[in-house]
Write a protein that binds this ligand. Structure first.
Ligand SMILES: *[C@@H]1O[C@H](CO)[C@@H](O)[C@H](O)[C@H]1NC(C)=O
Ligand SMILES: *[C@@H]1O[C@H](CO)[C@@H](O)[C@H](O)[C@H]1NC(C)=O
Ligand SMILES: *[C@@H]1O[C@H](CO)[C@@H](O)[C@H](O)[C@H]1NC(C)=O
Ligand SMILES: *[C@@H]1O[C@H](CO)[C@@H](O)[C@H](O)[C@H]1NC(C)=O
Ligand SMILES: *[C@@H]1O[C@H](CO)[C@@H](O)[C@H](O)[C@H]1NC(C)=O
Ligand SMILES: *[C@@H]1O[C@H](CO)[C@@H](O)[C@H](O)[C@H]1NC(C)=O
Ligand SMILES: *[C@@H]1O[C@H](CO)[C@@H](O)[C@H](O)[C@H]1NC(C)=O
Ligand SMILES: *[C@@H]1O[C@H](CO)[C@@H](O)[C@H](O)[C@H]1NC(C)=O
Length: 507
């Protein structure tokens, strides 16, 4: 999720809710806009951006150990500082509420006090290997899953949510939901925003699957979770259908009519978007950037869904539970994967979006899931010829949302504008190659362009090195740290003093 930094009024309203024990702590949206001492010893002199210990929202000794390890192992002190700031950012700043006894946690995206299903899955992805060695951290993730299971079981079409009532935190007003009509209707006491984005549900599956993989604890599969899984299959069944049935009856299970102050424009055709035909893919209304989809079948979101459904089936088979769900998950996973290869590729190039009727949009948006991130998502090998050909096109003028300036370039999207590429796309690019030179090029485009603030921003102008959006974007920070740890394992010689793999969470 990604709102614009210039909408500062909203950010201030949303960040006005703080733990009473942390009432004296500076608002991190403001704190992250100015550099703090001490600076790193490399040429970039990057600031230290962690909140003071008393202001951190969760403490993990396992996380502190990884930071200590990496600081001593990394070659470049500037890069080490970026890791030190970004790796703990989710725990330092976004745990708004956690109750082990209630099994509930409320995790904000950063500068907006709401929990996005997509963001949380990724905000915790880089702690994955620590769950087995830090039981308290595992309990936190389990509480996030349970909170989300309640949201999904009630509102499977929505992607961003309000604090659980048990937290005592007040719901925030979303200016961009004003004048929006959603069918079926939702309560603004629970839902922050109800744009339907299929990858939000994938995020929930990703968090559940990786929790189980790391802990082998199946206790997260409670009544809430089972009900959420049933709702996910309901959405898959509903949104894979064509717009018209054989008698030209119009099929609509969900529609979203924007207007008023809503960020995204009106959705045409009564809030249903462009018509589509059945292909085996699952449609979506909005993209991972919360922007309106042009065509409903978003290739990378379907790729993620296919991967996460296979993982779900593996978890269920390993636990020996819900065989009917496991069977459906396998069927849908291969149906979706087959449809991606059959209906989205022309001349070795994946389309970003299709409609099942021959129309396709060749582009990439910086947000994950994106085409560039297909290897990161686990959908295909980075050596796949169609990935290599598509990647080459996406990182060139052939992609309408690629842009290049003197010191920064990359892939952006309509969410900000075409001349503001996102660092996140460079991270996806690093996950998608084994070429050392390419990796270093993408890595230093990110490192050189934090506006001297030592955190990962949403987007960066190609015209003006001091113009960026979102000073506090926890997912982008987590994704960067996840990539650094991947390099420390996969390509240690590039960033560590010694060419020897480092894996966090080992005794
Ligand atoms: C984290 O530890 C610091 C002391 O180092 C403490 O002041 C702070 O309250 C702790 N935060 C939480 C959420 O427990
Ligand atoms: C929820 O909607 C009602 C009715 O439109 C409005 O008065 C109220 O302010 C909204 N609450 C929030 C938290 O946005
Ligand atoms: C909107 O969705 C509802 C189901 O929630 C459906 O009954 C209604 O017909 C749809 N309206 C339009 C204009 O598609
Ligand atoms: C699987 O079976 C259980 C128990 O019979 C049922 O409650 C659930 O709705 C089924 N789920 C799906 C997705 O078919
Ligand atoms: C990817 O492809 C390469 C070369 O064909 C192969 O060596 C590697 O094992 C594959 N990796 C995966 C994860 O399939
Ligand atoms: C990053 O900045 C350094 C120092 O100014 C420069 O040598 C290097 O070429 C830059 N790298 C990229 C990818 O922009
Ligand atoms: C660059 O961006 C900053 C921050 O948005 C702005 O204050 C400044 O005026 C811009 N500079 C130019 C030359 O446009
Ligand atoms: C690190 O070692 C691997 C072989 O183990 C080698 O292929 C690679 O080139 C080395 N990297 C550096 C930067 O020395």
């Amino acid at each position: 999720m990604h709102f614009r930094l210039r909408d500062i009024r909203l950010a201030l309203i949303f960040s006005s809710i703080v733990h009473s024990s942390q009432a004296q702590c500076p608002d991190y949206t403001t704190y992250s806009q100015t550099p703090h001492d001490p600076v790193s010893t490399g040429p970039l002199a990057l600031p230290f951006m962690r909140p003071t210990p008393a202001c951190r929202t969760f403490n993990s000794s396992a996380v502190e150990k990884v930071i200590m390890d990496m600081k001593s192992l990394m070659k470049d002190p500037d890069l080490a500082r970026l890791f030190e700031n970004t790796f703990p950012n989710t725990l330092d700043t976004t745990v708004k509420y956690f109750s082990e006894s209630e099994n509930l946690a409320f995790i904000i995206t950063g500068d907006i006090t709401a929990q996005w299903l997509r963001d949380t899955a990724n905000q915790f992805a880089h702690y994955h290997s620590l769950l087995a060695v830090d039981p308290k951290l595992a309990t936190l993730v389990k509480a996030v899953i349970n909170n989300e299971a309640r949201y999904v079981s009630q509102y499977p079409y929505c992607g961003a949510f309000q604090p659980p009532p048990e937290s005592g935190l007040a719901p925030s007003h979303n200016d961009w939901a004003d004048g929006v009509k959603v069918n079926p209707p939702v309560s603004n006491q629970t839902v922050f925003e109800c744009k339907y984005e299929i990858d939000s549900l994938c995020g929930f599956l990703k968090l559940s699957g990786s929790y189980y993989q790391a802990t082998k604890d199946s206790s997260f599969m409670n009544t809430n979770w089972r009900s959420a899984i049933d709702q996910i299959f309901r959405v898959i069944n509903e949104q894979s259908q064509g717009t018209f049935d054989e008698n030209f009856n119009f099929i609509s299970y969900y529609n979203w009519t924007g207007g008023g102050g809503s960020l995204s424009p009106m959705v045409n055709n009564g809030g249903n978007g462009e018509p589509k035909a059945y292909t085996g893919l699952v449609g979506t209304h909005h993209r991972p950037s919360d922007d309106l989809s042009i065509f409903a079948f978003l290739t990378p979101a379907n790729a993620m869904l296919s991967v996460e459904l296979t993982k779900l089936a593996n978890v269920l088979d390993s636990v020996g539970d819900l065989r009917n769900v496991s069977q459906q998950a396998k069927t849908w996973s291969s149906r979706i994967s087959d449809a991606i290869y059959k209906t989205t590729i022309v001349d070795n190039i994946f389309a970003y979006e299709t409609n099942g009727l021959g129309s396709r949009y060749v582009m990439d948006d910086a947000n994950v899931p994106s085409l560039l991130s297909l290897p990161y998502l686990g959908f295909l090998n980075k050596t796949h010829p169609a990935y290599i050909a598509t990647r080459k096109l996406l990182l060139s003028r052939g992609n309408p949302y690629f842009a290049a300036g003197k010191s920064f370039n990359g892939i952006g999207g309509p969410h900000v504008d075409p001349w503001n590429p996102w660092p996140m796309a460079h991270i996806s690019a690093i996950f998608g190659t084994d070429n050392d030179q390419e990796i270093m090029q993408h890595l230093y485009l990110i490192t050189n362009n934090t506006n001297g603030l030592g955190l990962i921003h949403e987007s960066q102008s190609i015209y003006n090195s001091t113009s960026y959006t979102r000073s506090w974007f926890a997912w982008a920070n987590s994704y960067f740290a996840e990539m650094i740890l991947d390099l420390a394992d996969r390509k240690p010689g590039l960033i560590l003093k010694q060419n020897k793999s480092y894996k966090p969470g080992q005794p």
